[in-house]
Every structure is written in C-alpha cells, then in structure tokens.
Design a protein. Sequence first.
Lengths: 378, 235, 289
Amino acid sequence: MTASPAPALVATGRYAVRTRTRLSTVAAVVAALLVGVLAAVPLFAGRGLVQDLFFVLTMLALAQYWNLLAGFAGLVSVGQQAFVGLGAYVLFWLTISVGLDPVSAVVVSAVVTFVIAVPTAFVVFRLRGAYFAIGTWVVAEVFRLVMAQVKTLGGGTGTSLPREVTNEAAVVTFVADLLDLRAAAARDVAAYWMALVVTVATVVLVYLLLRSRQGLALSAIRDSETAAGSVGVDAFRTKLAVYLLAAFGTGLVGALVYLQKARISPDAAFAVLDWTAYVIFIVVIGGIGTIEGPIVGAIVFFVLQDQLSQFGSWYLMLLGAIAIAAMLFFPRGLWGTFAERFDIHLFPIRRRFVVRPAARPEEASRPVPLTGLKEETP
Amino acid sequence: MTAPLLSVSGLEARYGDFQALFGIDLEVMPGETVAIIGANGAGKSTFLKAVTGLLPARREAIRFAGEAIGGLAAPEVMRRGIAMVPEGRKLFPSLTVEENLLIGGWGRTGSGRWSLDSLYGLFPVLKERRRSPGTALSGGQQQMVAIGRALISNPKLLLCDEISLGLAPVVIRDIYAALPAIKAEGTAIVVVEQDIVKAMEVADRVYCFQEGRMTLAGRPSELTREAIHDAYFGS
Amino acid sequence: MTLVFDILVQGALLGGLYALFAAGLSLIFGVMRLVNLAHGDLIVLAAFLILALTDLAGFDLWFAALLVLPAMFAIGYLLQIGLLDRVLGKDILPPLLMTFGLSIIIQNALLEGFSADSRRLSAGAIETASIPIAPGIAVGVMPLVTFLAAVLVIVALNQVFYRTAVGRAFRAVSDDPTTAQLMGIDNRKLFALAMGLALAVSAIAALFLGIRANFDPTIGPARLIFAFEAVIIGGLGSLWGTLAGGVVLGVAQTLGAAINPEWQILAGHVAFLVVLVVRPRGLFPRAVD
C-alpha cells in the first residue's frame, strides 16, 4: 500500500481514479478486429475449423463464469455441470415438446436455469468453503438423477433433437441459404455465430462488472468479508447475484452446446469431467482471477485436447498432473505469472490512483470542495 | 563474565511492506528479568514474534544459548528451551485446564521443578478446576493456566506478552506474585508490559520501545520519570 | 410393519459402512480444515490394493487387509507431508484443486492398471450368512460386522483424541495452529500423522466396501459424496454424530430403494438436502464451533 496522499492534494481535486491504460485501449481495438475476423471464419473455412472454434468459444465462456465465481467471488463450485445440463435439457424440452424455435429456446433455457438456481442457491449457501464445493456437486447429481427419471426426454439413455429442429429451423435454413451449405453444416455455423455472440458478450459483461462498483465490492468480499461488511457491502447479496449470473450464463452455454450436438443424455450433460474438470483446468492453467487467463487457458486446453486426447487415461493423468504442478509452482497460471512479471494487463480492472499536475502554481494550494471530485470514466 | 542467554543484534522485522522493527539490540542474561515497555504499536509483540520464530529474521540477528536461531520455524525455536505466554492467553478451547497445562510439555523434556503437581502448588485454584474447559475460567485463572502451560517445559527463557492486559489490579498482583518462584528456578524472564509501574517492580533491567526502535535501556533505579516519559512517547 | 423394521435395520447397518467412509474425511477436516476431494478414490485405491494381494499374490483376504492398512497409513503420511502440506493455508482453492487433480490421476491410473471391470472381494461363505434377530427378520453377518467395525473405529479414534498426548496435540492444532507451534508442536508432522490415520481408516472402509458390493475405478467420487453427506447430516465435530449421519443416510437410501430401486441414491441426496435446509448445522453438532 502506498502512503495516502497529503490532505492538501485531495482537497484540490487534482486526483482521479482510472482503470483504462494505453495498452488496454490498443488491446481493445485489436480484440474488436479479432472478433470481426472470427465472425467471418465460416465464409472461408471448413466445417472442422468452425466446430473447433465453437468448442473453444463455449469452453471459454464457461471458464469466464467459473472464474467469476471462484476467482472473484470466492465461491469454488465443482457443480456447474448442474446448470450446463439443466440449460441443455430445458432447451430440448422447449424445442421438442413446446415447439419453440431454437434461438428463442436457448434464451428461455437460460432464464429457466436462472429461476431454478434461486432455490438451489438457498440450499448450497448454507455451506461454506470446501463443503460448499461438494454441496454444489451433490446438487448436480440430484439434477442428473432426476433427469434420468424423466421418460419424455429419454430417461437414462437420453434423446436426440428431431429434424424439424436441427435442419428445418428458421435460423438453420437462413444460414444454409446465405452460405450455400447443407443443413448439418449450416447448423454448425448458426451455433458458432450464436456462441461468438454469447462469448464476446460474456467477456465484455464480466469486464464491465469487475470495473463497476459491484466489482470493487467483490474484491473487498474476497479479501475480507467482515471488513467489507463494515463498509456497507452486503456480502450475501453480492455473492448470490454472482452465483445467479453464473447459473444464467452457464445454462445459456449448455443449451447452445447441446443444440449443436443435437443429442443428449444425463450422464453426458451432467458430466463432472467435461463441464467442471476441464473448465477448472482452463481457468487454473490460464490464470485465475484475470479475464485474459481463461482465454489463454482455453487455447492451451484446445491444443492439448486436440493432440493428446487419443491417449485416453494417460492424457487425463497428464491433465491432473499439470493441475497439481500448477498449484505447486504456478498458482497464478500462465497468464497470471506473465502479467505479474511484466505488469501487462489487457483487461485492466485494478483501479489506479492518478494525480494530475497543477496547471498553474496558484492552483496547487487553492482549496476545492470535496464534492467536486469525480471518478474518471472513458 | 557470563555469556548472555538471549542476544539480539540489529533485528529488523516487517509485515509485508510495513517495517515494524528497525535494528533492535538487546541482551538477556541467564536468570535475569528484563522488562520491555512501550505504547501500542511500538513493536513489543513483534519483537517476541521474531524471537519465537513466528516472523522471519536474519539468522545471526538472534542468538540463544550461543546458537544463531533467527528465522528458524517456531517449533524449532521453542524446543530449545524457550516458552511463551502469548498475548490474550490463547488457551485451547478444546482442552481442559489440565490438558492445557500438559500440552505445554509437548516434545520438550526440560528437567526442573515444574510439573503438574508443582504447578497446582503454585496456583491451587487450578487444581479444583482441572477438568473444566480451559476457556470456562476467569481471565486471571486463564492467565495462570497460560503461565503454567509455559512453565511445564521448564524453559530457560520465559517470554510473557502483556500478562496484565484486561485484568483487575488485584488479579494482576496475584499473577505477578508467582514470579519470584519462577525466578528462583534460575529462569530468565522477558516481560512485555504496558503497565510501567509493574514492569519496573519486577525487572532487573528495562528496555523501552517506540515505533520500532529502542529508545531507552537501563536499571529501574537509574531511570528518571522524564527519561521514561520521553522514551515512551517520543520527544 | 416388519417391512419398515427391516428397512430400518438394513439402512442402519448400511450406515455403518457410510460412517467408515466418513470417519477419515471428518478427522482430516477436524484437524486441518482440509477437504480431500480424492478421499473416495483413495478408498477405492485401498480396495484394489487388497484385491491385488488376494488375486495376484494369493493372500488370504483378512491378511491382505492387514498388510494394506499400514501401507495406506504410509501413503497418507507421505501424501500429506510431500504434497498437500505445501498448499495448506487460508486459500481453499489450491488444496481443492490439488486433490481434484489427484482424484483424476488415481481413477485413471487404476483404469490403466486394472481395467474398468467390476470387481469384488470374496470373503467366502460369510458373505451370505445371516443371523435371525426376530421372527421373520434376519440380518446379514457382514453388514453387522461392518457396523461393529464402524463403532470400534470410532471408539478407537475417540480414545486417541481424548486420552493420548497425540490426541491432545490434534485438538490443540485444530483449535489454534499458531499457538500450537509455540508449544513446540510441529504441525507438518502432526498433519501427516492425521492423514496417515485417516487413510488407515479408509483401508478398513475399503475392505468392507469390497466385500459388500462391486467396485471399479470410477466409483470414488460417489463414495466421497456419501461420506460428505454423512458428515453434514450428523454435524461437524463429532464422530458419533458422523455415525448417526451415516445411519440416517443409509435408512433414507434403503427406504428409497424399497419404493423404486432407481431411487436409492436420489433418496439419500434428498434426505441430505432436507437436513441441510432444516438443520444446517446437522443433527448432532458440537456445542463449541
């Protein structure tokens, strides 16, 4: 902690609190260009690349939400698969039984997941720390076992999306006509574009959230709940809000993923490995508590998965060993270690105290009412 | 000329970026009672933490019985014949009075007068309450348990961190009444105190800390009120 | 009526097995506030070690278990002092993630070593033997022995905790690790001892698990969840509470199974959630928190 500024300085209105940096502005421009390129990928790339990018984007989105929960709100969950599966199953129900079109269904699935997450939160928030983590896992197991009993959605063996949904939905035919593709490939592209929108929105949302007052509250809670409470931060409500937001986002992604897969089963949709272990791996390897970290982690994970998953058990053992090594030697992950070392932040969320030099000598000692101070926003 | 039991030279200590001690030099002779006085935040407790190994320190900055112990882990330090009565007593709530006394002797087999029986002799009220949970006792009784817990290992050096804090004057008197018996065993004692009068009564030598520095050292008889006042509050 | 009684008895005895799962978990959390996500997988590991000794080396089952007990103690001791100790601290994430990684490694190592086939430990005729305790009701000898083993383990652990110097040290470290260090207690070695003890108990749990039911490398996480539910239902801080929690869980599961075999596990989860909502501190929490 640097020493607090002399009272005279505060009174003259010559300080501001700023988060934007030169580098971050450049990074923002580059990121916008990158998103443009990604949006154009289906125009010139094959189906394989589109599917791969879809995987990276959806895992990245899931990782951002898990990171928000664990890295920023201090809520370590090993049960997010509950919301992946829930979002997915509600999507299947909406499209098959209710006849809703896929795009609307994805959004409604997220809303339903959000609603069900409320009583879920009420239950799991009775636990703390590591026991909270296992509690979330139990909830996911309950969802899985209940879904396996719902015969209309396939019970234990699951079900598939019918042709009306996968090949004849409005969005699919629109894409098929636009790019002159067959239905299956068009569905992949449609899902990909939706995933791009969702993931970009997620990253932007998380960034804005952490830069806001709520974000500052989160940091305070994570550091010390009691101290945060003493300055008026309602830890419970803030954590609840983050938990529900993560549930919504995770449900949204889950619905999207299974729309693309078009086939669901309880064991797959509620799998700990795919929706928790891999996600945690991404965040930890990339760098927990940063926004850039999961991006790095998702790319690294994709490469590992692409090259090594053929080795089955040995591959999984390698992932486990890397996670352990990370906890021992690189707890801040690849990006975190890099960023700390070189003090590089592409999505800066730390608030810096900036002092503006006085324009004229007499300004330096003129008193200014404290109500005139503003937080500088770009 | 006997060698000092505890010898501290140029001791510095930090909490993160904040420096709490700036080059402390201090000596405790075998069997001597030394008092450290100073206001809140002067660095007295920090000093004890550094000596006991709870805070890192330079190896050579702290020597005990001829051995450089600075920076060693706390259990390593305490096994060499040092015992502490921590600020706030810090009895173990899950242990009874008797168990609290016994736990002080963990892994340390110093031979000497102090055992469960002799401690009950020193503080008879504890014998009646031996099966109560440690924290069910009054403040003064808890302080007796904390002292007994430290003594049971028959240490060469006893560190007492603010043992009069939060206690009524009558109780403080009873607590300090036990000191002569401890001294009689040849145990060196370091008493960290905010109560200057009490400190001057029991100590052979007095040191004063102020904002991480030692501002005064000497025998109680040699020190004037003004000197103490200036050293305590700073001039 | 006899059906209800039968369910209660079977459920209670099943609770003995769950209490054995939970005892190690409870011990570790009590002493060092660590939740080991690989706890269930370590029980499965012990079961496979016993299997290996009986199948490959031809040892008698009980003798094999006797050998695996100290082996698991050693594994726990080394695991704690070599690996887990480095991440113990205020932050809960590193130990959680490390034990999660460990869980995945153990499961997949067992898969490679033993394949995904279901296995069983054979205890011979005693597996199916039963004792009549009332007209029309018989209890299996093995479930009864399992329950008795759970009781004995809990009695033994309580003896260690409340009657020995080491147990005093466990309780002191659990209360206040910093002041415990000032007593000359080496936390590292003590934690390693506690972990070794917990895994030795897990070896006993593994024996009875393997006799009672089929096991394969992937069933670890489910055992962790049962252990966790037993601890939470019973209430933190008391091993007898954990036994009670196991019994409640066992009865809930047996009741669910009686209604519909597919509902067994779910019924247990529901009972857990109900207790969590209605009595968050568990049924028999310790007075001092």
